[in-house]
Design a protein around this ligand. Structure first.
Ligand code: NAP
Length: 361
């Protein structure tokens, strides 16, 4: 894994030869005019990467913001890096081309820089962090669908609809399976990463295979509760496409950001805890995708260049314990009453752990 080797990087080179900006604006739980303003603000302060997904239900608003930005400035499509994601579903492989076309139409662009398989499962919220729990024939079916889906994803590159393809929330075992038949090696694996959930082994494995790793939920902020589909955010859908909309909650904040080690480093650099966490992400060679709807925070989050963490600061952030997956299983817990997956810590335990974490660092 990279440490202090890439201190000046503002972008990373993908295995396609293209560059992915080191920071992108996340757009999950964003919608309506707030989403339009957030994207416009981000572009005006220097973000060149917008992380989208059909599932977020707001690609039309992102498209509105892009159109306004193109009209009102010298910014061009080719200056930007746009990511979107196949919302699920390995059950509808013959529609993958349609799905990307829906995203392109909503975003009002003719190609994507990166298209990711959103989850390694045939549901929107799959086995995010653990090896596939499926056994026997069910696992074989999963692999067969994965193979067919990836072939369809590869076809999108041939058609010129997307410049690169990748995966999201894939673990080592799932990537190994994919690499057995992939003609195109994924350019990116986008996974939950922050000092509370470092996934060192996964990051190292991907980097060794030439797969760039992007950090989603880089501030470690737990997801808010799913809300009824009331955002009215629009966008074109295939009939019967499941859409999940979320009521945004800004009151919940990651306990990681309150850790004394983070605060101490932030004070030393005269930076915020969020900037320290994002800078840590860059220094390990991962791009970071923080989401904010607040103009000031959008500005602050990109102020992570021209300064760096020292070796000892870097090492301290790499020692934070316990390691807790905030996103995958937390969301799984919200969506069903199923008990936790092996090796996971349920979301509700995170806040309870806060005191323990303080004393462990
Ligand atoms: N591939 C996947 O499965 C997947 C899963 C999750 C997320 N993602 C991507 O990753 C992006 C980021 O993840 P996320 O949105 O879940 O979590 P996040 O970026 O870690 O945190 C977002 C939260 O932090 C707050 N925040 C942002 N900057 C802040 C700052 N400087 N100070 C204080 N609070 C700040 C935001 O509130 P305010 O708006 O009030 O600033 C928001 O509530 C998503 O938007 C999405 O694009 C992908």
């Amino acid at each position: 894994m990279k440490g202090k080797s890439d201190l000046t990087a503002r972008s990373f080179v993908l295995n396609t030869g293209a560059k992915i900006p080191a920071i992108g604006l996340g757009t999950w739980q964003s919608g309506g005019q707030l989403c339009i303003e957030a994207v416009k603000t981000a572009l005006s302060v220097g973000y060149r990467h917008i992380d989208c997904a059909h599932l977020y239900g707001n690609e039309m608003q992102v498209g509105d913001a892009l159109a306004e930005a193109f009209k009102g400035s010298s910014l061009k499509r080719e200056d930007l890096f746009l990511t979107s994601k196949l919302y699920c579903s390995m059950n509808s492989i013959n529609k993958i081309e349609n799905y990307v076309k829906v995203s392109l139409k909503n975003l009002r662009v003719s190609y994507l820089d990166l298209y990711l398989m959103h989850w390694p499962d045939n549901s929107a919220f799959g086995d995010a962090t653990d090896p596939p729990l499926k056994l026997g024939s069910e696992y074989k079916q999963f692999l067969s669908r994965l193979k067919k889906s990836w072939k369809a994803m590869e076809g999108l590159v041939d058609l010129g609809l997307v410049r690169a393809i990748g995966v999201s929330n894939f673990n080592i075992q799932q990537i190994k399976e994919l690499l057995k038949f992939a003609k195109i090696v994924p350019a990116v694996n986008q996974v939950e990463l922050h000092p509370f959930w470092r996934q060192d082994e996964l990051v190292k494995f991907c980097q060794l295979k030439g797969i760039h790793v992007s950090a989603h939920t880089p501030l470690g902020v737990p997801s808010s509760s799913p809300a009824p589909s009331d955002s009215g955010s629009g966008g074109e859908d295939e009939p019967g496409t499941p859409r999940i909309c979320f009521r945004r909650s800004r009151s919940v904040h990651g306990p990681m950001l309150k850790l004394s080690v983070v605060a101490e480093i932030a004070n030393r650099h005269k930076k915020t805890p969020e900037q320290v966490i994002l800078r840590w992400g860059l220094q390990r060679g991962t791009s970071v995708l923080p989401c904010s709807l607040n103009a000031e925070r959008i500005r602050k989050n990109i102020d992570i260049f021209n300064w760096s963490l020292s070796d000892s600061e870097w090492n301290r952030l790499n020692q934070i314990q316990p390691q807790v997956c905030l996103f995958g299983n937390g969301l799984t817990n919200y969506l069903s009453d199923s008990s936790s997956l092996p090796g996971s810590v349920p979301l509700q335990s995170v806040r309870e752990m806060e005191d323990d974490v303080e004393s462990n660092v």
